[in-house]
Design a protein around this ligand. Structure first.
Ligand code: C5P
Length: 417
């Protein structure tokens, strides 16, 4: 069954099937994915076998279906870890309320959930259930949890449900699901061969050997942008201030750790000329102690005045260095939704676009997993709803793709290698 030339050529998809009436649609979905060039490995929950047989799925995919932790005949172990690492995508369709709850809470009492918990790849799920189950606060909370972990939810349609009721809960049709998968991977070629610099996290400015001036930036947004750029096919140099996050385990991300704004400036100015673009996400300290002390400043009980001196604006330096073929994007963190101030920064720093990060809700602060952003270009501004940082990062990368492919005479227009 060699159909590797399609839109999904070479992509490896684990298709998880759970116990819903909509499981019958998984047969056509598997067929469509294969027709588009994907290799499909089916993992079925025990409940799903009441709705569609493993024989159907293994015959369609040309691979034995995995369902149990062990092969009961030979005793062979079905490695969920290997499957999680093999896949380029885990697609769970249909996803029942019960599976969604288990995924949200990590209850791994079947092979599919263990694959999910071990998976390194993106995860898409297509909920299918009755309308009341779908809109129940418990289900909505679980879906939000999964969404905020970076999973992609393929929202159910409104329509006639198996119960005979009409409402939202009907799994998307296999053709729609296959199109969503193709669109997802379609993106993954858009920045193929491009190189991006991303700055992330805070900087720490030394006061003495044990103290520093810093801020609460977690680095999560910069890391999410690095991952979203890689998803789109790019390689990333992540210049990162002191954060506690692990580097995403992607070979396309090269991390360079720095402590201070001066170190970040030196790293960025050295790297930027080789790049197709940069996203300046770091919360660089505006000031540093003018005279860092070589010894620990003793406590005297008296007031202490610390003289601060201004740090260089790294983004503005790159803005001045920028060639017409390069793209530069930055962030503006404002306590009010201040488009004018952000637009002024966009001009001053010579950004192609700036992401306004609104601090007008408690959830959109440093360290949170969600973000509410407005993307501002010299021509337009687009306010987006509250999203997971992963989804916000994908929106930002979509803007990069749009600008690199359309309006700018970027080097990125040349054919990728
Ligand atoms: O001027 P402001 O600090 O609000 O600008 C924020 C943007 O500039 C962010 O993209 C940030 O990463 C970048 N920046 C920088 N170097 C600085 C200060 C800010 O790269 N010293």
């Amino acid at each position: 069954m060699d159909e590797a030339g399609g839109r999904l050529g070479g992509k490896r998809i684990v298709l998880g099937i759970t116990g819903s009436i909509a499981a019958y649609k998984a047969a056509l979905l598997a067929r469509l994915l294969i027709k588009d060039g994907a290799e499909v490995q089916v993992v079925m929950t025990p409940a799903s076998r009441e709705f569609i047989t493993p024989v159907t799925m293994s015959a369609l995919t040309g691979r034995p279906v995995m369902s149990d932790f062990f092969d009961t005949g030979s005793g062979a172990w079905h490695s969920h870890v290997q499957m999680g690492q093999w896949a380029d995508l885990l697609l769970i369709a249909p996803a029942t309320a019960s599976t969604i709850a288990k995924m949200a809470t990590g209850v791994c009492d079947n092979l599919l959930i263990t694959v999910y918990l071990s998976a390194k790849c993106p995860v898409m799920l297509a909920p299918a259930m009755d309308l009341d189950m779908y809109r129940h606060p418990a289900t909505q909370k679980n879906i939000n949890t999964l969404h905020s972990c970076g999973n992609i939810i393929l929202e159910p349609d409104e329509g006639v449900l198996a119960s005979g009721l009409q409402g939202k809960g009907r799994m998307q049709e296999p053709e729609q699901l296959c199109a969503a998968v193709c669109a997802f991977f379609g993106h993954s070629h858009a920045l193929k061969g491009r190189k991006f610099l991303v700055t992330a996290g805070p900087t720490h400015e030394r006061i003495d050997p044990v103290r520093f001036v810093g801020n609460y930036s977690s680095g999560k947004m910069g890391f999410a942008i690095a991952e979203a750029l890689v998803e789109a096919g790019a390689t990333v140099t992540l210049v990162c201030g002191p954060v506690t996050l692990n580097t995403p385990s992607l070979p396309e991300i090269h991390r360079q750790n720095v402590q201070t704004a001066a170190e970040m400036r030196d790293a960025c100015t050295a790297i930027f000329p080789e790049m197709d673009g940069a996203v300046m996400c770091a919360a660089v300290a505006d000031y540093r102690p003018a005279k860092p002390q070589p010894y620990k400043i003793p406590r005297t009980g008296q007031p202490l005045t610390l003289e601060l001196t201004a740090n260089d604006d790294i983004a503005a330096i790159l803005g001045a260095m920028k060639r017409p073929t390069q793209l530069l994007a930055g962030f503006a963190l404002e306590t009010e939704h201040d488009v004018n101030r952000a637009t002024e920064k966009l001009r001053r720093k010579n950004f192609d676009f700036i992401v306004l990060n609104s601090l007008d809700t408690a959830d959109t602060v440093f360290g949170a997993d969600t973000n509410k952003i407005t993307i501002i270009t010299p021509q337009s501004h687009t306010a987006l709803p509250m999203k997971s940082k992963h989804d916000a990062a994908r929106d930002i990368v979509a803007k990069i793709i749009e600008l690199t492919n359309n309006s700018l005479p970027l080097s990125v227009r040349k054919e990728p290698n």
